[in-house]
Design a binder for this molecule. Structure first.
Ligand code: 6AU
Length: 257
């Protein structure tokens, strides 16, 4: 059962390079916190990255919400990621035919394939979406979306099960799965990324649903994504440190080897 294994041990099971890297960063920095940098100005994201850097394993962006995107922003973000040893994830949630996804992934304003170590991908379009991404860049860690945190979403059990199967058949490119439940306990090389995490709230007014840090770890999360719980806090660094500690303590309780 992956839930009882240490992250150092799980790194040895990972077939995907980025997953290996992520496990090792998590173990070294003692954190399973990923911050969702959902801010619209470049300097705000850079300031956030500097403040939360010491406490996170991963910083997740939605690059297309930036009002003032410039390639220099990526250069600076990469420097901060290197200094604080965290990994960049672009939460693009690709969902289209292979040809279009290839263009969205490697062309356009954002050139995602040139800087994001991790990306999110919908399983909806099947194998061709993964083939097209790997053809553009085989040194990528993909998180496949198997479940979502939004209320009244349309994903059913079959879709979730088929998503896990698809992921398992692309072991060397899949870093893990975005989900809310422990769906793949027998595959210690995969990471479970769980969003919808907040200490002070159970929902927002647009369908987002939150669980506590303890609850998501109990539900199998290896990495918890926290956005507004941290970005809206008056003390960003203090709040990131607090989420890191609560998540890590909860995680330590389930690890026995
Ligand atoms: O903590 P929040 O609600 O401020 O932000 C949650 C972040 C957002 C969402 O785009 C993302 O997590 N997210 C995802 C991801 C990571 O793919 C899936 C999902 O089911 N729910 C969700 O909120 O950046």
């Amino acid at each position: 059962d992956r839930l009882s294994l240490s992250f150092t041990k799980r790194a040895t099971y990972a077939k995907n390079n980025m997953a290996k890297k992520l496990f090792n960063v998590m173990a070294k920095k003692e954190t399973n916190l990923c911050v969702a940098a959902d801010l619209t100005e470049a300097t705000d994201i850079l300031n956030l990255a500097e403040q939360v850097g010491p406490y996170i394993c991963c910083l997740k962006t939605h690059i297309d919400i930036l009002q003032d995107f410039h390639p220099n922003f990526i250069k600076r973000l990469k420097e901060i990621a290197e200094t604080h040893e965290f990994i960049l994830m672009e939460d693009r949630k690709f969902a289209d035919i292979g040809n279009t996804v290839q263009l969205q992934y490697s062309q356009g304003l954002y050139q995602i394939s040139s800087w994001a170590s991790l990306i999110t991908v919908h399983s909806l379009f099947g194998r061709s979406i993964l083939d097209s991404i790997i053809e553009s860049n085989d040194d990528i860690g993909v998180f496949l979306i198997a479940e979502v945190s939004s209320s009244n979403n349309l994903i059913d059990e079959k879709y979730t099960t088929e998503t896990i199967k698809l992921g398992l058949s692309y072991e060397s490119s899949i870093a893990g799965v975005v989900c809310q439940n422990p769906l793949f306990r027998d595959f210690p090389g995969f990471l479970q990324l769980t969003p919808g995490v907040q200490l002070d709230s159970t929902k927002d007014n647009l369908g987002q649903q939150y669980n506590s840090p303890e609850k998501v770890i109990e539900n199998g999360a290896d990495i918890a994504v926290v956005g507004r719980g941290i970005t809206k806090s008056a003390d960003i660094a203090g709040s990131a440190e607090q989420y890191r500690r609560v998540l890590w303590d909860a995680c330590k309780r389930r690890i026995s080897e």
